[in-house]
Design a protein around this ligand. Structure first.
Ligand SMILES: Nc1ncnc2c1ncn2[C@@H]1O[C@H](COP(=O)(O)OP(=O)(O)O)[C@@H](O)[C@H]1O
Ligand SMILES: [Mg+2]
Length: 341
């Protein structure tokens, strides 16, 4: 030890002895080892500091990592929840739209059926009324006592006529107003209406619209009904095609010269389940359907064909089973000042 410093520790002094011969040993020196407790403490404390710092850094990174992972999980969960909510929302909208469409079909056909029925009854009723009046004139002059009988008959017949007339007035669909409209715009509108359904069933829409088309004169609500019916069928066909998720819906418009006249053609093509050749002729008939009662009425296309016939247009269909289906709407195109300008 130096006098001024008192260091605690262990001191080991080992003598070094040299054997000169077998018997003669002599101490030649000594090895002194001093183990300082202070030094040990200093080393230990700096070691523990390093361990502490490393541990702290490690702990902090682990914490940050966990936080990030947790944040991500929470965010993903939130997004999933959002998507699910949106999905439910879309499904509800879709069901609502489908219900409306189905009701529209049913009512439209009911209107047509009852209208036809009332109309058919009206014609013989008119004949009966006429003949009754003539008969009365012939008979009454000879047998005036039959007058009251004739009054009863006339009263009853006119009652039936009143019912029929009333019926015709309530079921007759209001004459739809013809307007000059842009077919492309109407297509866009129908696509917007069916947007949720297209999105939900992952149907991609491809447009090949002739932007230079002039306006056509047609009842817009009716053409819209036709378009929605046909597009909805296309979406159904994509949905029902086995082993396929989603599909492609192609919409195109253009003018076509045929039979010495100009036609506006709207083509709706899908890559859904297609129609077997033997059924192609049946699809436009009323009540022909391959869907369950909850899914279809079999009336959509027959109504479409009727609506188009009203404007001298027509509907045609082509298909390859399991490959594609193409519906072509043709409407006579009449040049107007607007369409030429
Ligand atoms: N794009 C299409 N692809 C395949 N089949 C179709 C398509 N459009 C219509 N069909 C067939 O025509 C049938 C009649 O269609 P529709 O008159 O609209 O009645 P609904 O849709 O109520 O069955 C459908 O059930 C279906 O079998
Ligand atoms: Mg249909």
């Amino acid at each position: 030890h130096k006098d001024d410093e008192v260091e605690e520790g262990w001191e080991v002094i080992a003598p070094m002895d040299a054997a000169l011969s077998q018997k003669d040993h002599r101490i030649v020196g000594a090895v002194r080892v001093f183990i300082s407790i202070q030094l040990i403490k200093r080393v230990a404390s700096s070691l523990s500091n390093i361990i502490l710092i490393v541990g702290a850094i490690g702990g902090l990174s682990l914490f940050l990592l966990l936080m990030t992972a947790l944040r991500r999980t929470i965010e993903n969960d939130r997004r999933l929840h959002e998507v699910e909510t949106r999905n439910i929302d879309l499904s509800e909208q879709l069901h609502e739209a489908e219900r409306n469409l189905m009701n529209l079909e049913k009512f439209s056909v009911l209107g047509q059926l009852t209208g036809t029925f009332a109309h058919e009854i009206g014609t013989p009723l008119n004949a009966i009324t006429g003949h009754l009046t003539l008969l009365k004139e012939d008979v009454i002059s000879d047998k005036p006592n039959l007058d009251s009988r004739f009054s009863i008959l006339e009263g009853q017949v006119s009652k039936i006529a009143g019912i029929v007339k009333n019926f015709l007035q309530t079921t007759a669909q209001p004459p739809s107003e013809l307007q000059l409209i842009d077919a492309n715009q109407l297509i866009e509108k129908s696509l917007t209406i069916l947007g949720p359904r297209l999105e939900l069933l992952q149907v991609k829409v491809q447009r090949h619209l002739d932007r230079g088309l002039g306006p056509i004169r047609i009842a817009p609500l009716e053409l819209e009904q036709v378009l929605i019916n046909i597009i909805n069928n296309a979406i159904d066909a994509i949905r029902m095609k086995p082993g396929q998720v989603g599909g492609i819906l192609e919409l195109s418009t253009g003018l076509n010269r045929r039979d010495d006249a100009e036609w506006l053609e709207i083509r709706v093509r899908d890559n859904g389940m297609g129609i077997p050749e033997k059924d192609l002729k049946k699809v436009l008939r009323p009540f022909y359907t391959t869907k369950t009662p909850a899914e279809g009425t079999g009336l959509g296309l027959s109504i479409c064909a009727d609506l188009l016939a009203k404007v001298d247009g027509n509907l045609s269909v082509a298909s390859v089973e399991n490959e594609w289906t193409l519906f072509t709407i043709s409407i006579p195109f009449v040049h107007t000042k607007e369409s030429d300008s």
